[in-house]
Design a protein around this ligand. Structure first.
Ligand code: GTP
Ligand code: SPV
Ligand code: MN
Length: 589
């Protein structure tokens, strides 16, 4: 097969000449194609069938033990000028980068099949959606892309109509970490990735296209490509408000997107609808509001911690047609991970006999891949070509101290500062140390395809006459008490915080003004049916003005890292709050 699009055929031929595959397969996305690829992977041992009674059509993939997470130190943004990539990205000149990575691609598909994957990020008929083609030699990537994107014939038809697509070239190579690179060429709408088969490094539609290249396109075209979940909150009156929330990797997006309301809320008629759990593309509509689509069609979620009490919706979608990566298995071949239940697994994520006390059975970044339609809280609005209107934007991170449960920004400029100055403890989603607090603006540190200074300016630019922008909030579900335990119950109970935010959006709740923003009055947070001490609530809603003054010193330094690219309005906003804090501390002294 070939395509009607000459530029696409030419690119496939060019790649084949470089990589020298023995076969070329154009993916149509059909069930038959998926069945034959699954069989191939079972035969090769790339997939292991799970218990067909409890988990029909579910498979386990064990990746190479050195290839289990994103590799930020090997991820590059290759613009002609280093300033355009910014200090937030690793940079290499495009000429040098192409030469270095093409040398690794030379002959790398010998004896392998080259798969051509046409895909669409977003509903196939949405003007906000964008298409790409990924070339890969990994059938595991094909199977995952089929769940994660609109992949195959329909996407190819749109690509041929538009004659435009993002090019992604991927090979698992030899999995040697010294020959692994994830390179982005935003000026050429091109991605090249070699040496890893793991999610964000290999499923190029996700972080590489939808965020790094997407953010570049979004800036040029006047929209936003963000690391955000999209969730619809339906109140007992039947009105649904959509919320977009940016938390860094493994900081709670999937869980918030699928939350199950606490008993009292459920009985009162509250419902939650999942539109997306990781990526959000937002564009201003004719009405001045921001309209959002989820460019993805499936979930690539963190397995550990997913249990009946924390995320029953996720559990319910994982009992058929799911791919599990690096989880443990029970003696009867059911998938298992820490936080699922009390059973003891038989094999750990590497396939060795599980030895209690010898580290976790499932890899901390083990994942599931499943179609969004399998989620009990799925809504057809996820297919709406216009997207959904966003009422509130939420930023959040993992902070064991200082940062309160929730606060609201005063206006858009302050909200952009709140997003820009976010920080969070690192997690197992990327290789490297875990639990280290770092700045992660808008949860986009690993994903913004250009200079953060320009990105902040782009965010500020949405505040113009006629715009009806969402309110911006900040949350922290991860504050710890003196005993080292989380102060806030989290998960479903996070709806209590969302309710306050939505009331604020409708001018139906009060707030306490503080230098860092507006906080709920203790009485305005519904804690009915919750076992939380008054002392814990006080801690969650308290502002340590001295601690915040230090935080603002660090934020000011951070904003300076982007030099002349940092918008003056953002510096001014930070200076205003820093001055306010100093003044209050002086008064207190
Ligand atoms: P990525 O897919 O990496 O982008 O992650 P994510 O942001 O979707 O994170 P996810 O929802 O998968 O949560 C990651 C981990 O945090 C899981 O182990 C969850 O159980 C845990 N978690 C999520 N929400 C909460 C919460 O409200 N409180 C606490 N204590 N833990 C949470
Ligand atoms: C993340 O790390 O933020 C993820 C998983 O959502 S990955 O697809 O690897 O990016
Ligand atoms: Mn993510």
């Amino acid at each position: 097969m070939t395509s009607k699009l000459a530029t696409l055929n030419a690119w496939v031929q060019e790649v084949a000449a470089l990589t020298q595959p023995s076969h070329i397969h154009w993916c149509d996305g059909s069930a038959e194609e998926n069945a034959s690829l699954t069989q191939l992977m079972l035969d090769r041992g790339d997939l292991i069938a799970l218990n067909a009674d409890t988990h029909p059509d579910c498979y386990l993939h064990r990746s190479h033990p050195s290839d289990v997470a994103r590799v930020e130190h090997l991820t590059f943004v290759c613009t002609k000028h280093q300033e355009d990539a910014g200090p937030n990205n690793n940079w290499m000149h495009p000429t040098e980068a192409h030469a270095e990575i093409d040398a690794l691609f030379a002959g790398c598909m010998k004896g392998r099949t080259l798969y051509v994957i046409p895909y669409c990020m977003g509903p196939i008929d949405s003007p906000i959606a964008r298409c790409g083609v990924e070339i890969t030699d990994s059938p595991y990537v094909v199977a995952n892309m089929r769940l994660m994107t609109r992949m195959g014939s329909a996407a190819l038809a749109r690509i041929e109509r538009e004659s435009q697509f993002v090019r992604g070239l991927h090979s698992t190579g030899d999995l040697d970490p010294t020959r692994r690179f994830i390179m982005h060429f935003p000026e050429e709408l091109t991605i090249k990735s070699i040496g890893s088969g793991y999610g964000g490094n290999a499923l190029l539609g996700k972080k590489c296209h939808a965020l790094r290249i997407g953010s570049w396109q979004a800036r040029k075209e006047g929209w936003l490509a963000e690391h955000m979940l999209i969730v619809g909150i339906e109140n007992p009156q039947g009105e649904t408000h959509y919320v977009a929330a940016a938390f860094p990797s493994a900081c709670g997006k999937t869980n918030l997107a699928m939350l199950i309301p606490p008993d009292g809320y459920r009985q009162a008629g509250w419902k939650v609808w999942t539109v997306g759990d990781d990526i959000c593309w937002m564009s201003p509509g004719d009405d001045g509001r921001l309209w959002a689509i989820n460019p993805e069609a499936g979930y690539f979620g963190v397995a550990p911690g997913t249990g009946a009490k924390t995320n029953a919706n996720a559990l319910a979608m994982l009992n058929r047609e799911a791919i599990f990566t690096n989880v443990a298995v029970t003696a009867d071949q059911q998938p298992w991970w820490e936080g699922l239940d009390d059973r003891v697994p038989a094999k750990d994520w590497k396939g060795n006999d599980f030895v209690p006390g010898n580290g976790p059975a499932a890899h901390p970044n083990s994942r599931f891949t499943v179609s969004a339609r399998r989620c009990p809280s799925y809504t057809e609005r996820a297919e709406d070509a216009r997207g959904v209107p966003i009422s509130a934007i939420v930023f959040g991170g993992r902070r064991e101290s200082l940062v309160p449960l929730v606060f609201e920004s005063r206006d858009w400029t302050h909200g952009v500062l709140v997003g820009a100055s976010m920080a969070s403890e690192t997690t197992a989603a990327a290789t490297g140390a875990v639990g280290v607090v770092r700045r992660d603006s808008m949860a986009m540190k690993p994903f913004c395809g250009y200079n953060f200074g320009d990105y902040f300016a782009h965010w500020l630019s949405f505040d113009k006459p006629g715009a009806k922008l969402p309110k911006i909030f900040h949350v922290n579900w991860f504050r710890k008490g003196a005993d080292g335990k989380f102060l806030w119950p989290g998960f479903g109970d996070n709806l209590r915080v969302l309710e306050w935010m939505l009331k604020r959006c409708e001018d139906r709740a009060d707030a306490v003004e503080t230098p860092i923003g507006h906080l709920p009055k203790k009485a305005d947070l519904n804690v009915e049916g919750l076992r939380i001490s008054d002392h814990a609530l006080d801690q969650l809603l308290q502002i340590d003005e001295q601690g915040w003054a230090h935080e603002f010193e660090a934020i000011t330094e951070y904003l300076d890292e982007f030099g002349g690219r940092t918008p003056p309005a953002l510096r001014a906003e930070a200076a205003r709050i820093a001055a306010l804090l100093l003044q209050r501390n002086d008064q207190a002294a």
